[in-house]
Design a protein around this ligand. Structure first.
Ligand code: NAD
Length: 508
């Protein structure tokens, strides 16, 4: 295990063997039975204890996350600790309601039945997580699965193994039923072994390529998967935007966490009327950024050397094809610190505008109209987040609704994830499924449809024996309920209706 900013070795860790993965799965199965029967209020009580531990130890945890990832300590605190505590609070307030049986209407012909949905825990949920927010993107899905009544096996990223250890310590520090949350350390092979051990659901956050592999492997046993994948998020700045706010948003949205954010601003489309002013503002604000590690800077280091290779490749290809580095653009060898980079003269023939860069790079394109901005924003295989900047509420809303994206911010960036009431997830290659919000919590359950009949009648209208009267009744009913001319159905008058019911009751 290394400190990415300094390269210093900070410990060693053994990877789980296939036999250990099997054993962990068996233990999780046992734990899931009792936890699934535990009332939601008791589960939430456990989450509350976790929140207290998290808040008491938050600064220490953020410090450790910062050391391991190279991210600025304040960012580690805000995005890993605060968001996790906020999510727990949300579950404390809302989980019982969101998981309570939900009554739904029952159609007239099914009278006197009653219907409801029961949210049944799935069993064992496997959470496989990435390195860019290694704490929060592990712990929040784990908490969601727990609140919904499942046992969890977490496989954190091998790029940040000590955060996996930290999370294991967190779950050991707060008393819980044995084996309720288990952590498997290791890389791809351990992830594959976990999928092969047949969990009841896989919650995966990571790259598109890995997401596809996991889905393929899961398909063999029809294991439900939820995939939170990469993005190439567009930002559209219209001519009536608050330019200073938009420039601040662009700089923060592109460079926060050194751009290693699935919802980073990865492409900007600016209306030609405000393009020069916007570019000037963005350059000024970038020039004011301090880069360093850890305490008093805005920009930390990159976390993964492999990601640096990708960022460098994208920037070099863009420059070779005619892009202009308005700021930065040259990355020294053997440094984990990449200077924030602003590119102009970019086109959709360049990787920098098409593939996920995941680094501190802000490519900006001039557009002639709102329509052109929408067309270019949608010209991507991804669809995670997007932003629209305009002071005209109706216009911004119109543009937002035309974007092919799982989440859209108006006059803001990235923030979608911060509201736990909102479902979060991608469209196109950015993923499948939604977590957060009621849908997100319920997605860790089987929504079991229950329909209840009082059970007092000896048979139903559609049961055996089939008779001519039964046939006539169904034809009449169909014409009355669904036909163009309801009078053909003979049941439109109250008298006929009464007769129909008499006949219905006589037969059934
Ligand atoms: P990755 O796909 O390389 O790895 C993610 C996890 O999958 C790791 O724990 C890894 O060990 C495991 N893994 C790798 N191969 C596996 C396999 N065949 N079977 C099972 N597990 C396997 O992703 P990464 O580089 O760690 O993370 C960066 C990516 O994550 C970026 O693309 C980023 O956009 C995406 N991401 C998405 C979201 C979101 O919410 N949509 C959030 C953060 C990051």
């Amino acid at each position: 295990m290394r400190n990415p900013a300094t390269g210093e070795i900070i410990g060693t860790l053994d990877e789980a063997t296939p036999a250990e993965v099997q054993q962990v799965m068996a233990q999780a199965r046992d734990a899931s039975r009792e936890w699934g029967e535990t009332p939601v209020s008791t589960r939430i009580h456990y989450l509350r204890n976790l929140r207290h531990y998290l808040v008491e130890n938050g600064e220490m945890l953020a410090q450790k996350i910062s050391e391991v990832t190279g991210k600025v300590t304040l960012e580690a605190y805000m995005t890993e600790i605060f968001i996790t505590a906020d999510t727990i609070r949300f579950y404390e307030k809302q989980a019982e309601r969101m998981l309570a049986p939900r009554k739904v209407a029952t159609t007239l012909v099914l009278f006197p039945k009653r219907s409801w949905i029961h949210y049944q825990p799935m069993g064992v949920v496997a959470v496989i997580s990435p390195w860019n927010y290694p704490f929060q993107l592990s712990v929040v899905p784990v908490l969601s699965a727990l609140a919904a009544g499942n046992a969890v096996i977490l496989k954190p990223s091998e790029v940040t193994p000590s955060i996996g250890l930290l999370i294991e310590e967190l779950f050991q520090a707060v008393p819980a039923p044995k084996h309720l949350v288990q952590v498997l350390h290791g890389g791809r092979e351990v992830g594959q072994a976990l999928v092969a051990a047949r969990p009841d659901k896989i919650f995966f956050t990571g790259s598109v390529a890995t997401g596809k592999k996991i889905m393929t492997q899961a398909a063999e046993h029809l294991i439900p998967v939820e995939l939170e994948l990469g993005g190439k998020d567009p930002m559209i700045v219209l001519e009536d935007a608050h330019l200073e706010r938009a420039a601040n948003g662009a700089v923060w949205g592109a460079f926060t966490n050194a751009g290693q954010v699935c919802m980073s601003v990865e492409r900007v489309y600016v209306h030609e009327r405000v393009y020069p002013q916007f570019l000037q503002l963005v350059k000024e604000k970038t020039a004011a950024l301090r880069q360093g590690f850890p305490a008093e800077s805005e920009l930390g280091s990159m976390t993964s050397p492999e990601q640096i290779r990708i960022v460098r490749e994208h920037v070099q290809e863009a420059l070779a094809k005619g892009a202009v580095a308005e700021w930065g653009g040259h990355f020294p060898e053997n440094s984990m610190f990449l200077a924030p980079t602003i590119l102009t003269g970019v086109t959709h023939d360049m990787k920098i505008m098409r593939e996920e860069t995941f680094g501190p790079v802000l490519p900006i394109m001039r557009v002639a109209s709102e329509e052109e901005a929408i067309r270019l924003a949608n010209d991507t295989p991804y669809g995670l987040n997007a932003s629209v900047w305009s002071m005209d509420k109706a216009r911004a809303k119109r543009v937002a609704q035309k974007l092919q994206s799982g989440n859209v911010c108006i006059n803001d960036v990235v923030v979608s994830y911060a509201n736990p009431h909102l479902p979060f997830g991608g469209v196109k290659e950015s993923g499948i499924g939604r977590y957060r919000g009621p849908e997100g919590l319920q997605s860790f359950t089987h929504a079991v449809s229950i329909i209840h009949d009082p059970g007092k009648r000896k048979r139903e209208i559609n049961w055996y024996p089939y008779t001519g009267e039964q046939h006539a009744l169904f034809v009449s009913l169909t014409k009355t309920l669904f036909g163009k001319n309801k009078k053909q159905g003979n049941l439109w008058s109250p008298r006929n209706w009464k007769g129909f019911w008499r006949e219905w009751k006589r037969l059934y």
